[in-house]
Ligand binder design. Sequence first.
Ligand code: ADP
Ligand code: ADP
Length: 228
Amino acid sequence: MIQFYNVSKVYENGVKAVSDITLHIKKGEFVFLVGPSGAGKSTLIKLIFREELPTRGQVMFSGKNIVRMRGREVPYMRRKIGMVFQDFRLLQQKTAAENVAFALEITGASRKEIRRLVPEALEQVGLKGKEDLLPGQMSGGEQQRVCIARAIVNKPLLIIADEPTGNLDPNTSWEIMTLFQDINRRGTTILMSTHASEIVNTLKKRVIELSSGSIVRDEESGVYRNEL
Ligand code: ADP
Ligand code: ADP
């Protein structure tokens, strides 16, 4: 699903954020991306979403070289990726249902499809009955569920979640992780950056650790940090 071949990213100011990364993630995997602040996690995510282009190397997503991809193909590629953020990024003046519907509207979905898919996505994340609430009327966990519903409503191949439990208390974080595992079991690949060591240590998924822009560890059933 995702392949990086000798990818490096040097920003205009000369900072080398990612150094010679080669990486393969297969369809259906659940991968935690860990490492200290500044290690290059966000840059790696931006390279997959093509928000940044690599300075060297190639990035493949779903069989396509996204570095060489034409600009007009990019929106179609991004539709196959659902993004989930630490700070939710919901539209504050829109209800839960309207936030999810908006993600479909921008892809040109019909009103009929929107009427069918929005309630389905909200039900899948456990928000049946909360469709008409505004973000300000919801708890953090509920807002993150809306964010996840928005990410899955287009039925993406991949979910990229950037510290999705970073603003949530431990119990709510576990509820959200259960939801991500359900989504993964239904076949969606998940790449999640996180600092939640207890979650990583308990779930025993593949762990990729970045440090100063390099992959320093890539383990099946890994832990958050190996003891020295
Ligand atoms: P992480 O997500 O692991 O915290 P980042 O990918 O955000 O790491 O950052 C990696 C390095 O690249 C850091 O040194 C950061 O300061 C730098 N960096 C990130 N984005 C930019 C940018 N747009 N321009 C310049 N340097 C950047
Ligand atoms: P952002 O500040 O992230 O651009 P928006 O409110 O403009 O937020 O976008 C709403 C949501 O749509 C985003 O949070 C993200 O989940 C999704 N999104 C943003 N840009 C794209 C894109 N180019 N393709 C697909 N989905 C996108």
